[in-house]
Design a protein. Structure first.
Length: 387
């Protein structure tokens, strides 16, 4: 388990466990979609494939600008590539699809799409925009990501895998999840691995272990939450080594261990909350990089503590212009880095103490010009400069 938390503030979260056992498969052969690209064709029609319909260990390619349709029955393939070199898409309104590895937009100039409105898609790993452009649209059904054959059962979803690629996921209904989360399995979502990733959630449920926005250096990851429920058992890491942006204009975002903005040196992470509810184990704004939290409305509740500007060289800013912020324990503005809190409206309720400039070399500043601020404990100017 990664020790992301502040010293003295461990977090523990439980998860339900569902035990499943499914067979794995090695490489079989390649089979290609040859149906007329002007109309959608039935996946299970053997005449739509060359040389034959794909089996459980085959690699299935939809690469002729055509569309394969799944409305019933069960698909079981080793790998599915929609848009390998050119373009291709899959439309699923029912039935089941067990594609152990899914690629949408594999090559740099390719474009791949998956549209899930019903049924169940199950993948060990999925890449939306591997080298080119990938689009996943989910309005219903269930998309499960779970590496059932791996020793740690870690399943991953990548949006924008390579430099120059772009992957987008639109969730308006249904469920995106892993059936067995920590400690028996992990589901990590990377929005912008080395390329550009965008996740737009306007409904449904997205449930996993960790969410990364802007993972690699030079990457960019954006998450828009306007409705529905987002649940991460461990962390949301906004700007891991790249640039991450989270905008919440509705819905509920619940994070077991914590939300962290600007993880590594050179990274930047921003969270914008205008409507909705954020529940987080802890909240770090600027860990080694730059973190910005803008709250103009909604509710942000931190079960443990809020820290703005954590490690030396980091910079964090929290701007509260509406809504309510509450922490069960402490707030640190400038833990070991530079922290700034600007409150012009809204409510900030600190259950414990408020510390400005905790460690030597840090700087913490709190500007209060409006709204309400209450501190259950004391206001402390630490070993560094605080205002």
């Amino acid at each position: 388990m990664k020790g992301w938390g502040l010293p003295g503030f461990p977090c523990v979260v439980g998860a339900a466990v569902l035990i499943l056992s499914l067979p794995g498969a090695g490489y079989g052969g390649d089979t290609y979609w040859v149906h007329d690209p002007n109309t959608a064709g039935d996946w299970f029609d053997p005449g739509n494939w060359d040389p034959s319909s794909p089996g459980h260990s085959d690699y299935a390619y939809i690469d002729n600008r055509g569309t394969a349709s799944i409305s019933s029955g069960s698909v079981n393939v080793g790998q599915l590539r929609a848009g390998g070199v050119l373009a291709g898409s899959v439309v699923q309104s029912g039935g089941g699809n067990l594609s152990q590895t899914l690629y949408l937009g594999y090559a740099p100039a390719s474009r791949g799409m998956y549209n899930l409105s019903g049924g169940h898609l199950w993948t060990m790993d999925g890449t939306v925009g591997h080298g080119g452009t990938g689009i996943f649209i989910q309005s219903g059904g269930t998309h499960t990501v779970d590496n059932y054959s791996g020793p740690d059962r870690e399943g991953s979803l990548f949006l924008g895998y390579s430099v120059g690629s772009h992957g987008s996921y639109e969730l308006s209904g249904g469920l995106l999840n892993a059936p067995r989360l920590e400690p028996s399995g992990f589901f990590r979502q990377y929005v912008g691995w080395n390329g550009m990733g965008t996740f737009a959630q306007s409904g449904g449920i997205n449930s996993g272990t960790e969410l990364y926005l802007g993972y690699g250096t030079g990457s960019s990851g954006v998450y828009h939450l306007s409705a529905g429920s987002l649940r991460m058992g461990w962390y949301q890491l906004v700007g891991f080594s790249g640039k991450g942006t989270f905008t919440q204009s509705g819905g509920t975002n619940k994070v077991g261990f914590g939300v962290m903005l600007g993880l590594n040196s050179g990274s930047s992470g921003m969270y914008d909350l205008s409507v909705g509810f954020l529940w987080s184990g802890e909240l770090n704004v600027g860990r080694f990089g730059v973190g910005i939290f803008n709250q103009s409305g909604g509710t942000s509740w931190v079960w443990s503590s809020l820290a703005v500007g954590i490690y030396p060289g980091s910079s964090g800013t929290y701007t509260l212009s509406g809504g309510s912020l509450g922490t069960r324990f402490h707030q640190y503005v400038g833990y070991s880095g530079t922290g700034t809190f600007v409150q012009t409206s809204g409510t900030n309720a600190v259950g414990g103490s408020l510390t400005l400039g905790r460690e030597s070399g840090s700087r913490g500043t709190y500007y209060l010009s409006g709204g309400l601020m209450s501190v259950g404990g004391s206001v402390v100017a630490g070993d560094a400069s605080g205002a």
